[in-house]
Design a protein around this ligand. Structure first.
Ligand SMILES: C[S@@+](CC[C@H](N)C(=O)[O-])C[C@H]1O[C@@H](n2cnc3c(N)ncnc32)[C@H](O)[C@@H]1O
Length: 193
């Protein structure tokens, strides 16, 4: 048996957080064709796998500690390499803020999705919360062994993410906002009309 890499404090923190996030949205998954955008170290993706019929995972990279590298489809980051309405459900968890020009990317998500989009994002109300969120995101991901690019303009305020959703005309099935540290964790379950 291969020795397992030692998990950092941030690594086990992310794993615990992901278990909680899955409980938050698992009831909204369906046994159909699912796309997961962003894989991180793969724990959340692999917990989702038994809950759906077919899971496609897209990321721009894997890491030495990724547990499911052979199951991740690596692509350039834009566009999403699938035809219109390929997936019944698309899930994107704490990944939108790692994508440059993510308002444009959001249109891609809608293009490839037939029925439902599940989004988890970390949001803020003011610039102090944004700075805290940005710096903590950088540190936690680095410590966990999943460093990836951060884009200041890709973080959403609570107001901006709601405006984006409103513009698309998606139907809100379920949402919640949980205060976390100085900022927020928000879930949006959205149906395509
Ligand atoms: C910090 S991790 C969060 C993953 C999340 N906790 C999960 O497992 O659902 C963000 C991931 O998004 C990936 N990423 C960045 N840009 C991307 C893009 N354009 N498409 C898909 N994944 C992307 C990064 O490589 C990284 O693995």
């Amino acid at each position: 048996m291969q020795p397992q890499p030692i998990e950092s404090k941030s690594g086990s923190y992310i794993r615990d957080q992901e278990k909680q996030r899955l409980l938050d949205f698992s009831q909204f998954l369906s046994k159909t064709r699912t796309l997961k955008i962003g894989n991180g170290l793969g724990h959340l993706s692999e917990s989702i796998r038994p809950m759906t019929q077919e899971l496609t995972i897209l990321d721009i990279q894997t890491y030495p500690k990724t547990i499911n590298s052979n199951r991740v489809q690596i692509y350039s980051g834009y566009p999403i390499p699938y035809p219109d309405k390929t997936f019944d459900t698309t899930i994107i968890v704490f990944t939108l803020h790692h994508i440059p020009k993510n308002r444009q990317y959001f249109k891609e998500i809608l293009r490839v999705t037939k029925r439902r989009v599940i989004i988890f994002e970390e949001t803020y109300d003011n610039v102090f919360q944004k700075i805290h969120l940005f710096m903590r995101d950088w540190w936690v991901n680095r410590d966990a062994g999943q460093s990836t690019n951060l884009y200041w303009n890709s973080y959403f305020s609570r107001k901006e993410i709601r405006e984006l959703i409103k513009r698309t005309g998606l139907k809100e099935v379920f949402t919640f906002t949980k205060p976390h540290k100085s900022y927020f964790k928000e879930l949006f379950v959205l149906d395509i009309n």
